[in-house]
Design a protein around this ligand. Structure first.
Ligand code: GLY
Ligand code: MN
Ligand code: MN
Length: 444
């Protein structure tokens, strides 16, 4: 069981005595006509509450003297009519008990209660300058308080961005979070295996997307964590391709970047495999290179190592391969380091090797040590979760051997930093060449 109250207490303890934090959840968003996008809570709000209803705001009041910290939830009231149409809503009374809040009030009372909650408070924490509606609301509360200044009431005079505090908390995953992320990795990994079994020449990319989405959902995942990429042949060289409507051809690779979101946590997996189940010699060479780059990256992940090390390790392997396979003209560069310094690799490898992963697919947390004047790459620590996703993308170009044209390969796994290295959360997705060749086309 996730201890949301403990998270709230840890956040409140980082604020000055009596300071207040205000954190709304995400709004519902109209897609078209009367149809909304599927509702997804705000990650930070959910991290602190576990409460999934829209139109909710968390207010945290830090301890002051012998007055303990308080958590106050604003949420929708019970409404018989709306519940017939849209389903159950807790209402403040039930929400207070179920979610361990000290107080809960109807959301309709937010603008009348907030000025009182902010009266004589030294500092307000919220997501500054990131949401025009919230900025305007804060201004309204402050104006209401200033109007009372003749009676001696003071408005907060310090305004702090709440988000960096939450970013740092979210960066280190606890045991509950890691268990959920392992389950998300298992579901997504098995869905990739299913897509491999279903693949065959002539099938459209969307047919594989359908296999993935079906498998995510039937195992309880609520959403895909991001729009799946199913990119066959030349489409694999388009990094954010997601139209997924091309018939896959015999002899091509297909690159699938897809992961489910389970109970608010993302997984993020890429696999690349031959549509007909057999790697060509050129495909095999590049695939083995990307696998070797990923292994080098894994070996560079351990507590105390800088975040940048795993990218640098993968890059060195990839660039050596680019030189060996004459993608980069070897004569021009004496060493791998020279080629990297000249950015000779960027036509074939133009993205970083990973990112934080958690509630968001590109998750919260600084990548650099912001407390240091030089802002160096930050040190890894146990409980951090990141993706490791080297790749190579070869577009037709003069001087590039034709056998590699249109090959795009990425291999992406999710790992958690452990006490002595890292643990892969997504090993359910097949990756070895023999394993893939034995699986592709055997039927979903
Ligand atoms: N699927 C998004 C990414 O790999 O960053
Ligand atoms: Mn990724
Ligand atoms: Mn990905």
């Amino acid at each position: 069981m996730t201890d949301y109250a403990a998270r709230r207490a840890r956040l409140a303890a980082q604020m000055p005595p009596g300071a207040v934090a205000v954190l709304p959840t995400a709004p519902e968003v109209l897609r078209n006509g009367d149809s909304d996008y599927p509702y997804r809570h705000d990650s930070n709000f959910h991290y602190l509450t576990g409460f999934g209803e829209p139109e909710s705001v968390l207010v945290l009041v830090a301890a002051l003297g012998d007055r303990p910290a308080r958590a106050i939830l604003f949420c929708r009231e019970k409404n018989r009519e709306r519940e017939i149409w849209d389903g159950y809503r807790y209402g403040p009374e039930a929400a207070r008990t179920a979610f361990g809040m000290d107080e809960a009030w109807p959301i309709a009372e937010l603008d009348t209660r907030l000025p009182d909650l902010l009266a004589n408070v030294p500092a307000l924490y919220y997501a500054t300058a990131s949401n025009a509606a919230l900025d305007a609301q804060v201004q309204g509360w402050i104006k209401a308080l200033r109007a009372r200044s003749r009676s001696g009431v003071t408005a907060p005079s310090a305004f702090h961005d709440l988000i960096p505090l939450l970013d740092e908390m979210r960066l280190i995953k606890d045991a509950d979070e890691l268990a959920t992320m392992q389950r998300a990795g298992d579901i997504s990994g098995r869905a990739h295996a299913r897509a491999m079994r279903a693949a065959r020449p002539g099938l459209h990319e969307y047919a594989l997307e359908a296999e993935l989405l079906y498998d995510f959902r039937r195992h309880g995942a609520q959403f895909p964590a991001y729009t799946p990429i199913v990119a066959s042949g030349p489409n694999a060289c388009v990094l954010h391709y997601n139209v997924n409507d091309r018939p896959m051809q015999d002899g091509e690779l297909v690159l699938i970047d897809a992961g489910c979101e389970l109970d608010g946590y993302a997984s993020d997996i890429t696999r690349t495999f031959p549509v007909n189940g057999r790697f060509s010699p050129a495909q095999r060479k590049l695939y083995e290179l990307v696998l070797a780059a990923q292994d080098a990256a894994f070996a560079a992940i351990a507590p105390g190592r800088p975040y940048s090390a795993f990218h640098e390790a993968a890059l060195r392997v990839l660039v050596q391969g680019m030189l060996d396979f004459k993608l980069i003209p070897a004569g021009r560069f004496a060493t791998v380091e020279d080629a990297i310094a000249a950015k000779a690799h960027v036509s074939f490898y133009m993205h970083g090797t990973g990112h934080w992963l958690g509630m968001d697919v590109h998750d919260a947390g600084a990548y650099r040590d912001l407390t240091h004047p030089d802002k160096p790459s930050r040190a890894l620590a146990p409980g951090m979760v990141l993706t490791v996703e080297p790749g190579i993308y070869v577009r037709p170009a003069e001087g590039v051997p034709e056998e590699y044209w249109h090959i795009g390969i990425r291999i992406e796994d999710d790992v958690v930093v452990t006490e002595d290295g890292c643990r892969i959360l997504t090993s359910a997705a097949p990756k070895a060449i023999e394993e893939i060749e034995a699986l592709v086309g055997t039927g979903a």
